[in-house]
Design a protein around this ligand. Sequence first.
Ligand SMILES: Cc1cc2nc3c(=O)[nH]c(=O)nc-3n(C[C@H](O)[C@H](O)[C@H](O)COP(=O)(O)O)c2cc1C
Length: 220
Amino acid sequence: MNTQLFPPWRQRLVRSLHLNRSQPQSRYYQVATVDGSGLPKNRTMVFRGFEDGNDNLLSITDRRSEKIIDWQEQENKTFELCWYFAKSREQYRVSGRAKLLFASDLPKYTAGEAENSQLIKTWIELSQNAQQAFYLDTPKTPFCDNSEISDIQGSDNNKLSTNIKKTNINNAEVIRNISENFVLVSFIAESVDYLNLRATPHERLLSDKSQSWQERKVFA
Ligand SMILES: Cc1cc2nc3c(=O)[nH]c(=O)nc-3n(C[C@H](O)[C@H](O)[C@H](O)COP(=O)(O)O)c2cc1C
């Protein structure tokens, strides 16, 4: 792929990911939302790559989680994520709007659309443990032992075993059995604030999609 077509922040980010690849935590960022009463909420999420054909950052989540509630209450579904790369001592603050793709909407897709969707591609790439989490009880409900995977009843249990045994199953089967709680979050960047602590003085670059991602060097 021709990286010249990518905005400067993405080219830099790809380089940061490469420089920090030995550290698993370099794929985690903190994502902030604002809840219905105006209070900030912040949590860690895993970066799962760029969406095919654009610069959106992908993560996954559970549709029953509070971040989804925050976004569903807001027309613009705003976010800011903060990503620190410890080895190269760089920070990216990316803000914009979140696009939510719900597995529960798959019945509205044509068979071809579903099969080629980023939602299904991302689900298939998850580890068994990551898939299993979507079949557990609702986040924040009191924990009890009978919520464990081994006790999941009926069709949910069948769905789980279909999905976690990845061998010898085709995409159509995965689509039929994917957890309804699975959500692919696509973070659409509108502004990027980059800080490099390695440089002396510290380097800070601001860029906005509305200004064709042209970078402005500012005091840190
Ligand atoms: C290292 C790490 C990675 C995490 N990755 C994710 C993730 O990719 N998606 C997610 O929904 N939650 C992830 N979590 C859990 C969230 O930080 C958070 O606790 C959970 O999503 C509930 O948040 P909410 O109720 O504010 O939505 C991760 C937590 C840690 C510590």
